[in-house]
Design a protein around this ligand. Structure first.
Ligand code: ADP
Ligand code: MG
Length: 253
């Protein structure tokens, strides 16, 4: 059985079926990439999985735990953590304070931590380790909002890692990045793979082909096809869906 499983997930917005009986599985140690044109329902699926939006039907489980009835925070506690398409950092706070808040939120610690956060050594250690992990150890004192875009996305990933997830959901982590930042984010995600399963939504085909163990193609809310990188790359149906962006696929091949 897979670490993470989604079965028959449905979400309707009025007459629109944004998620149409989607089933997919992510194995431990695997990156499962979800691709598809704009409006295919990728973000909706991530919202359903994280619990931000309630599903109309279907079933979600992580490591044998039924997540379906659980609210978002309980899903996080069960081992599921996400990054948003739009960053969720506190722009006015320093990198360190962002990380401390995240570490504290998941430490289940008491109120005295709030009084004097910096002297709470274990939390500070955790915050530093998180910064180290995403390559921001040298930016701890910087105001988060002044970081370049790529570094803000890394901080975003670090905040999600504070929950110590078994499954990490990444919604377009390369969005708005130049090739150099994309490359670094690809390396970061590759390193994370050793410690957690990852469901990656990404438009950057180069990154998807470099990282994915399995790819599912979402079209009009449905999984059109699911397979290995080679299977997806050579699939004529997928190429038809990406007609006009074929160059992108060819470039990344
Ligand atoms: P993607 O992330 O693949 O671009 P989305 O999941 O954002 O796609 O959107 C899938 C479809 O659902 C789109 O047609 C979008 O307009 C619609 N949709 C998404 N969220 C809502 C909402 N809250 N209310 C109504 N329609 C929505
Ligand atoms: Mg989206």
């Amino acid at each position: 059985m897979s670490l993470f499983q989604v079965d028959g997930l449905v979400k309707r917005f009025g007459a629109l079926v944004a998620t149409d009986h989607v089933s997919l599985a992510v194995n431990a140690g695997e990156v499962h990439a979800l691709i598809g044109p704009n409006g295919a329902g990728k973000s909706t699926l991530v919202n359903l999985i994280s619990g931000l939006v309630p599903a109309d039907a279907g079933h979600i489980s992580l490591d044998g735990v039924n997540l379906t009835p659980l609210p978002m925070h309980a899903r996080v506690r069960a081992g599921l953590s996400r990054c948003f398409q739009i960053t969720s950092i506190f722009r006015e706070a320093t990198v360190m304070d962002n990380l401390l808040l995240a570490a504290q939120a998941h430490a289940g610690s008491s109120l005295h931590v709030l009084r004097d956060r910096r002297h709470e050594q274990p939390l500070a250690d955790t915050a530093r380790a998180l910064a180290e992990r995403v390559g921001l150890a040298h930016e701890l004192d910087r105001t988060a909002g002044t970081l370049p875009h790529g570094a803000q996305r890394k901080l975003d990933v670090a905040l999600a890692l504070a929950a110590r997830p078994r499954l990490l959901l990444l919604d377009e982590p390369m969005a708005g990045m130049g090739p150099e930042d994309s490359e670094r984010m690809t390396e970061l995600i590759h390193r994370l793979k050793a410690d957690m399963a990852i469901l990656l939504i990404e438009h950057d085909m180069k990154a998807v082909f470099a990282l994915a163990d399995r790819i599912s193609v979402l079209v009009y809310g449905r999984v059109l096809v699911s397979g290995s990188v080679d299977e997806i790359r050579g699939n004529p149906q997928v190429q038809a869906v990406y007609l006009g962006t074929e160059d992108t696929m060819a470039e990344a091949a």
